[in-house]
Design a protein around this ligand. Structure first.
Ligand code: PFF
Ligand code: NA
Length: 447
């Protein structure tokens, strides 16, 4: 009896770690804080929290269940499940747009992963020690203005990703998450403590949680929903792929709740760590993608034990970025491997090189190509905006609609282990609230 319970626990635990490894990454710390700052704070945060609960949870569960049924790459999974339920193969389009989103996101994700690597080294050699906010800002601006350096760090990050995937040590990484994820939380807590001591914590709290609803418009709501998708790794076929190695014994809803609480807690802690530093130093919250790179080094450079804490922080951030990037590469590699004659290694190399090339375009948009614009956005902003605000929501919407209309209701109820009442509630969420929510937010955001 005890043995059985333990076996169950460890399989669920292994899955939670894998899913959390994909979810927790740059999205929680780098992207959450810069989007919150750029979108005016609390109104964005509250809409984001609503999206994570009302839209994120049902879509996460739907993607896992689809993956558990289909057992293939996202495109074939959708095609097979659709045809075996008497529906058109055209549903596979959802899988295609998911894989495309993963490909596009990884290209710029790797550039930011490179920044994190660079800051790890910077912490080791003490670049930030005793620097003031102007100096820290200048260090970041120098990095952005230096295409060679950006290229080097982007390349280094991609090489790490490919090295890990090719050596098949991803399982080892998952085991490491068990220690490193709590370590990241502890470091964030130390930073939050530092923020409390700085005297500007109240201002940060107000900024993050006391909404000025006037600031809310369709654009902010769409940005918040995009952040919810991005941070939970939804709409990319990733969670679908993970669902395929999910045991029948794992309770999807409670597991989704665990992953979402963890991911959200880390994002909120990151905000509570970063914004006090922003206000204490008179920095701009709407700094953009550089926000954590001009705030955190300032804190580390001026606090007791900051060198070692800064080093640990950027190392852990890089680690979190790597586990997410590996999960991003997976659906692309898996698709190539199953749909072309390429081997596993060949597929990994081809996808990585393609991602790398697009990443180079993204990093050039911070300097020499800064005036190359698509729809008024530079390449980096375009990739980020197009994926998070358009591709991810549409793919997630497709997945949840597919779930409700193509899979058998009674089967789903049994699989989710819900009684009739809870299932009614679930159905309301999955069938109406989540899809309509996405559609309304999407349309108002575009207008
Ligand atoms: N969810 C990850 C993060 O928040 O950093 C990023 C990510 C990973 C997005 C994997 C998409 C993905 F497929
Ligand atoms: Na995340």
């Amino acid at each position: 009896m005890a043995k059985l319970a333990h076996a169950q626990w460890s399989s669920r635990m292994g899955f939670v770690l894998a899913a959390a490894g994909s979810a927790v990454g740059l999205g929680n710390i780098w992207r959450f804080s810069y989007m919150t700052g750029e979108s005016g704070g609390a109104a964005f945060v509250l809409v984001y929290l609503a999206c994570v609960t009302l839209v994120g949870l049902p879509i996460l569960v739907a993607e896992w269940m689809i993956g558990r049924r289909g057992q293939k790459n996202p495109i074939n999974t959708m095609a097979d499940l659709a045809t075996s339920h008497g529906r058109s193969r055209a549903w596979a389009t959802i899988g295609i747009s998911g894989v495309l989103a993963a490909f596009l996101i990884l290209s710029f994700y790797s550039v930011i992963g490179g920044w994190s690597l660079n800051y790890t080294l910077g912490s080791v050699i003490g670049t930030f020690n005793g620097q003031d906010s102007d100096a820290v800002g200048a260090i970041f601006d120098n990095l952005l203005g230096n295409p060679t350096a950006l290229l080097l760090w982007h390349t280094a990050f991609m090489v790490l990703v490919v090295g890990i995937v090719a050596r098949g040590v991803t399982k080892g990484l998952e085991a490491a998450s068990r220690i490193l994820m709590p370590a990241l939380v502890v470091l964030l807590l130390i930073l939050v403590g530092y923020g409390m001591a700085s005297g500007h914590f109240g201002e940060a709290l107000t900024f993050m949680f006391n909404p000025d609803w006037e600031a809310l418009d369709g654009g902010v709501v769409l940005a918040a929903m995009g952040q919810a998708f991005f941070t939970l790794s939804l709409g990319m076929g990733i969670m679908m792929a993970y669902g395929s190695y999910l045991g029948e014994d794992v309770n999807l809803i409670s597991t989704a709740r665990t992953v979402i609480i963890l991911d959200t807690a880390i994002a909120l802690l990151a905000g509570l760590a970063i914004f006090p530093i922003v206000f204490a130093n008179g920095l701009s919250a709407s700094e953009g993608p550089g926000l954590i790179f001009v705030t955190l080094p300032l804190a580390f450079g001026n606090m007791a034990g900051g060198t070692i804490l800064g080093l640990m922080f950027f190392l852990l951030l890089t680690f979190a970025a790597l586990t997410s990037a590996i999960s991003l590469l997976e659906p692309v590699v898996e698709t190539l491997e199953e749909r072309t004659s390429l081997s596993r290694t060949g597929s990994t190399l081809v996808s990585a090189i393609a991602v790398w090339v697009l990443g180079v375009a993204a990093l050039l948009s911070f300097n020499v190509w800064s005036d190359v614009l698509f729809f008024g956005l530079n390449i980096f902003d375009f990739l980020d905006t197009f994926t998070s605000k358009i591709l991810l929501p549409l793919t997630g919407l497709g997945a949840i609609i597919f779930f409700s209309i193509c899979l058998d209701k009674e089967e789903a109820r049994k699989e989710l282990r819900l009684d009739i009442y809870d299932f009614t509630l679930w159905n309301l969420l999955a069938k109406y609230v989540a899809p309509l929510g996405v559609i309304v937010v999407f349309l108002t955001g575009l207008i």
